[in-house]
Design a binder for this molecule. Structure first.
Ligand code: FAD
Length: 533
């Protein structure tokens, strides 16, 4: 085997978590680190830096997206689910919203027996990773290499929306605090009006060093074991099959869908699933691929009266005039935003002690194009519950990379989620029925006919959205796939470190917490390494 293919650490997956981990391990020049990524180096389009180009990016096709078919729940209708297959993973096509989650999210994990994964550990990671354009204030007291900012100036409709919510008692804030009902302009993963990326921010420093190597267009088929000890991986490249050896550890950062599939193809998982798929058992770990946590949110299209501005422009790829040249000339305003401009946290039941849902406002009709053709003043509001209790599964159906996975997301399969969804609908409609909303908006979708509980749930299952936030298939926890040090139970020298280890969804978007998991994994491995030397 070529000595180039023998390293200390193999990281499978170059998404936000894998890039953060590679940055951490690469900071020790003695470590030889290899990042293996199934996709290419980055989104090849010259429009990549333009945040407003997110619609093209998020429908980028097989060049840098994997598409999986799934059925939401109790329905015959299939949906396509996307995930990034490129350096920066799903953060390449993502909507750029930056959200760290709330203190209570992490405290709940520790309370459930995930020892050491608490608020202060995540705060330390966020502080090390991020540098916020707004400087040192409140939740933005950060000074790291990854840079979020709030694009400005606000458009007319978004400014009105913030003001109207404030008149309804939902106060405007700089950063959302989930203890109170609040609204804030969305922070984006952009800098000086241009899209940023985790590998560019975190690997630039070490990418030029010889101790961190990135191998793209290289898809790991299976982990290689000596007994139950991981020794390396076997991967498919454009030139054929290649084997890589890890002297210290193999760390999986292949995402919430990629990790359970890779573990199962390699013989780690529920023995029944492996037998059915024709895979020889290496280590029993029955929780692999269970506990898939995804959101199921609702989308409402509104017609706006007496408000004009960018809301006249439907968000559709063909309608986006932004070229790299106009973006370069105009580093503010519409080219620099990615759709959703305002986030608000609300209680579905006004008697509830804390907000339990997020409301997103986009000053353009992203849907209902037939009812609101180009030129109509329209907006989209979307809302999702913070902590869905429904769980799903991701499993292999056969031993090869070509066997399609079986995804059963189980959306709205618990009474809790169904009740919360119906209550959330009622709360949003109650707000829209009061002034100043009542005079300025008309509900186009789902429309006034959709009021019965069964109709609302059918609408959300048929036309809802997931936000593409998904976690939990290799969860931390006493009965989880990995232990508190991220080691895969039943194996040695094999860890998982990305969104898939989060036992439940955090309150908001998932890129920042995923990156933080990768960062924390770096701390864990450095400590283990020091003890082992
Ligand atoms: C369309 C879309 C919009 C989103 N919008 C937002 C948003 O606005 N804000 C936000 O915070 N989050 C958003 N998300 C979610 C966010 O992108 C993810 O939570 C985050 O990227 C998870 O990071 P990760 O490192 O855990 O995994 P991923 O980003 O999934 O990265 C995993 C990487 O592993 C690679 N891989 C998988 N299997 C293999 C294999 N066998 N061999 C080699 N490589 C492999 C993949 O190609 C991929 O690059 C969005 C996601 C999508 C898909």
């Amino acid at each position: 085997m070529s000595s180039k293919n023998v390293v200390d650490y193999i990281i499978v997956g170059g998404g936000p978590a894998g890039s953060a981990l590679a940055h951490q391990l690469g900071s020790n020049p003695q470590n030889r680190v290899l990042v293996i990524e199934a996709g290419g180096g980055s989104d090849p389009s010259p429009r990549r830096p333009v945040p407003a180009d997110f619609v093209r990016a998020s429908s980028g096709g097989p060049r840098y997206m994997r598409q999986y078919a799934h059925r939401p729940f109790e329905t015959e209708r299939m949906e396509q689910r996307h995930s990034g297959r490129v350096m920066d993973g799903s953060a390449t096509p993502h909507g750029l919203i930056r959200d760290r989650g709330r203190e209570a999210d992490y405290e709940a994990w520790e309370a459930a027996g995930v020892i050491g994964w608490n608020r202060s550990r995540f705060e330390q990671a966020f502080t090390a990773i991020e540098k916020h354009a707004a400087g040192v204030t409140g939740g933005r007291d950060v000074d790291g290499p990854r840079r979020p900012e709030v694009p400005g100036p606000p458009d007319l409709a978004s400014a009105w929306w913030i003001d109207a919510l404030a008149r309804h008692g939902i106060e405007a804030a700089e950063d959302l605090n989930v203890r109170h009902e609040q609204a804030a302009y969305a922070s984006l993963w952009t800098w000086d009006g241009a899209r940023t990326s985790t590998p560019r921010a975190l690997l630039r420093t070490y990418g030029r060093r010889s101790n961190v190597r990135v191998r793209t267009h290289c898809e790991v088929r299976r982990i290689l074991f000596d007994g139950t000890t991981a020794t390396g991986v076997e991967a498919k490249t454009r030139r054929g099959t290649v084997r890589f050896t890890a002297r210290r550890e193999v760390v999986l950062c292949a995402g919430t869908t990629g990790n359970p599939l890779l573990l199962e193809r390699s013989g780690v998982g529920d023995p029944e699933v492996l037998t059915a798929a024709g895979v020889h058992l290496v280590a029993a770990n029955p929780a692999v691929g269970d506990n898939l946590r995804q959101r199921r949110g609702a989308v409402m299209a509104l017609r706006l009266k007496g408000l004009s501005g960018r809301n006249r422009q439907p968000v559709a790829p063909a309608a986006r005039p932004w070229s790299p040249f106009t973006h370069l000339l105009r580093r503010s305003g519409e080219p620099t935003d990615s759709g959703t401009r305002v986030l608000a946290v609300l209680s579905s039941d006004r008697g509830a002690p804390h907000p339990d849902m997020t409301l997103l406002f986009t000053p353009a009709p992203v849907t209902a194009h037939d009812a609101m053709p180009a030129g109509t003043d329209g907006a989209t509001v979307a809302f999702y519950p913070h902590s869905p209790t429904s769980t799903g599964t991701v499993h292999i159906t056969g031993p090869t990379l070509d066997d399609p996975p079986l995804l059963l997301p189980g959306h709205l399969s618990t009474g809790h989620d169904r009740e919360l969804t119906v209550a959330a609908f009622a709360r949003v409609r109650e707000i829209l029925a009061t002034e100043p909303f009542a005079s300025a908006t008309t509900e186009v979708l789902p429309g006034p006919g959709v009021v019965a509980t069964a109709d609302i749930l059918r609408y959300v299952l048929d036309q809802g959205f997931t936000g593409n936030h998904e976690v939990g298939t290799c969860a931390l926890g006493p009965a989880g796939v990995v232990d508190d040090a991220l080691q895969v139970r039943g194996t040695h020298r094999l860890r998982v470190a990305d969104a898939s280890v989060m036992p439940t969804l955090t309150t908001g978007d998932t890129t920042a917490p995923s990156m933080a998991v990768g960062w924390i994994a770096g701390d864990i491995l450095r400590n283990a390494n020091t003890r082992g030397r």
